[in-house]
Design a protein around this ligand. Sequence first.
Ligand SMILES: [Ca+2]
Length: 390
Amino acid sequence: MKSGIIKTHASLLRQGIACLALALGAACAHADDYAMREDVSAFVEEIAARNGLETAPIYAALSRASHIPRVIDLITPPAKRGVRSWQRYRNQFLGSRHIGDGLSTWAQYENELRRAEQQYGVPPEIILGILGVETIYGNNKGNFETLSALATLAFDYPPRAELFRGELESLFLLAREQGRPPSSYVGSYAGAIGWPQFLPSSIRRYAVDFSGDGKIDFDSDGVDAIGSIANYLHMHGWTAGTPVAVRVRLVPGANPAPLIEAGIEPRLSQAHLLEAGIRPLSGAFPSANAATLVDLETPGMETEYWLGYRNFYVITRYNRSSFYAMAVFQLASALRTEKTSPFNHDGIEPPAPRAKSAVTRKASASAKTKPAKAKKPRKKAATRKKTRRR
Ligand SMILES: [Ca+2]
């Protein structure tokens, strides 16, 4: 058919462009590669026109990108929704490795963390909490080639195609800005890059060169990650000196469902919460500001209820999950406690391996340069996370 012939010619032309753009002598694109597809072609022409990019290098890059079936497996929600378990989730991030490595990372970057707090108002432990949950402080950044992961999601995963086409476009722009090949980025299956796991659009919008060497490096520069996380939270409304979250209790007969359904934005006034039967565990609420009610469910256990204030909401802008934000907050709180007064856990359960005896705890807390080794095998944090929309 006529349109088919036209398409074939267009494809051949693009393949020629892709082959020309590759170094001479390099293998030409395989016929079923991304650069040969009509939908991909439309994407390339569109982003090139919008951003003043040359098409040939984009076709060349995409002809080298691979479809990664594992990326589709990881992003696809399970057919049967699993049971939510707060305890199972938090245990991934509040073990001895996250605490011990967090303390040594704090010691290593003490000055930069302080500088980030002065500049952006975000305390060191919150920055570390995010770094810990995201990549165990840069140790678990993921090893998917970002270009291939994003191409797979942009072109072969229709439910999130719009988001990931935007991120793929951002990757090409980022590569141009940073003078790097688009294929040189590595990270999670969902396209999040480096120590802080920023998507390409977030790097372009929020990353800062905090080490001052003239480039943003999320592969190996923890200082850039520290400044960028602080800037990200600052730009999303972090307010210094105000609380993140506090655990609460319900008076008998209280019905929390409508409060929880009000959503993650902090809209509930203190008066409303009191009227609905929400009480501080002791004393008064730490703030009169509006809050959200968060329920942390674990099968077979009593549900925990917490109030999340504005700063809690800001953490959910990093990853839109109340479990995520609470894990960051509790890891941050545990790090702050261990750093300043290792014997006071302030209502948050201490991590199991370190709580066995005061003697072991004292020994490991004093040996900050050599954190206790994790006894349990390391979990793959990055691969379990929900994909964030930023
Ligand atoms: Ca830098």
